[in-house]
Design a binder for this molecule. Structure first.
Ligand code: NAP
Length: 329
């Protein structure tokens, strides 16, 4: 029976790699489960949402911007400079009722293996919900004008002075639409019902903005364009009327799903949407002693690479202190 790991990190986005960097430099010899490649429209390597992002202009330190996959490769390389062991496996279940904690992992051949660990940092992120239309994922991955993050992509030159479409009726859609009006000539907000679920102040900002026009009771049925989006097809759900709308950008803001399904039954508290709950914010402790959270899996609000990296650092420092208090060094 191998000795338990001191600390296992689950996830290979900015939060996971930063947690690994800090844990490794604190001599905790972390093992990081980076996950298996996934089929998401294309074939996507581990590394989280940034593997689906083209230009990243808002991560401090990259003065000239950086491609999302290149940035994740830099994060990985930096964590590997120190004593981080990387396992190309998915963690598919956890049992936090036991001490040490037990993780069940699976490799690319489908073989299961359990791993005992004293502490764990969960940094599995969240994925943007998509409309599920043909062309949508393809143009999102290729940088063809489809995005699920206006704050990340809205300022790119390709969207300047263009007609853009935002989809959704929640706070994210309002925030994205308002943000996009800084650059766009016009922003259409397409919503499937005739009222927004967003908070009053956020929806009023959109309704009062002369650059925004709301298309109620409607859904996007097709994303049109080859290399770049040229428009969308819309359908009014009340009248069944269909129309074409020319646009150079589509921003889908219909919510996120945290990647925490593998934690069901583990013993750690999740909220009603599946986000990990922090027991004593701003610390990264969860409801289970020795289990820490970092990044978008615990953050329904900011969801930025830089905030995820910050949480990764906090989680590793909290874990280091917890392990020391437990006499595990
Ligand atoms: P959300 O509140 O769940 O809203 C999702 C929106 O997308 C809803 O309007 C929903 O329509 C629509 N939608 C869902 N599936 C769809 C589909 N397949 N096709 C078309 N439309 C679809 O998600 P969110 O806006 O991302 O917000 C998540 C949480 O973060 C909320 O608690 C929010 O308050 C918070 N948040 C806060 C801020 C802020 O305060 N600054 C900013 C962003 C988010 P229906 O309304 O018809 O269901």
């Amino acid at each position: 029976m191998p000795a338990p790991e001191k600390i296992a990190i689950i996830g290979s986005g900015p939060a996971g790699w930063t947690a690994a960097l800090y844990a490794a430099r604190a001599n905790l010899e972390p093992v990081l489960f980076e996950g298996l490649p996934k089929q998401t429209g294309g074939y996507v390597l581990p590394g989280g949402q940034l593997m689906l992002t083209t230009e990243v202009e808002n991560y401090p330190g990259y003065a000239k911007g950086v491609q999302g996959p290149e940035m994740m490769s830099d994060f990985r390389e930096q964590a590997l400079r120190f004593d981080t062991r990387v396992e190309p496996r998915d963690v598919v279940a956890c049992d936090f009722h036991k001490r040490p904690l037990v993780l069940t992992t699976v490799n690319s051949g489908g073989e299961k293996q359990t791993v005992d660990t004293h502490a764990a940092i969960i940094a599995t992120g969240a994925t943007a919900n998509w409309l599920g239309l043909e062309n949508e994922q393809r143009l999102a991955i290729s940088g063809g004008g489809v995005s699920a993050c206006a704050v990340c992509d809205g300022a790119l030159p390709v969207f300047r002075d263009q007609v853009l479409v935002a989809v959704g009726g929640g706070d994210s859609a309002m925030e994205e639409a308002s943000y996009l009006t800084k650059f766009a000539s016009k922003v259409y907000v397409v919503h499937r019902r005739n009222e927004f679920r967003a908070s009053k102040i956020m929806r009023q900002r959109v309704l009062d903005n002369p650059k925004c026009e709301v298309i109620w009771d409607s859904v996007v049925t097709e994303v049109v364009g080859d290399k770049q989006i040229t428009g969308v097809k819309l359908k009014n759900l009340k009248t069944n009327e269909e129309r074409d709308l020319a646009c150079r950008g589509l921003f889908v803001a219909i919510g996120h799903t945290p990647a925490t399904a593998f934690l069901n039954g583990s013993g750690v508290d999740l909220d009603d949407k599946g986000y990990l709950m922090l027991s004593a914010p701003p610390r990264m402790h969860t409801s289970v002693a020795g289990v820490f959270a970092a990044g978008d899996a615990a953050d329904p609000i900011y969801r930025q690479a830089v905030t995820a990296a910050g949480m990764g650092c906090q989680a590793a420092m909290d874990a280091e202190r917890w392990l020391a208090a437990e006499g595990i060094e």
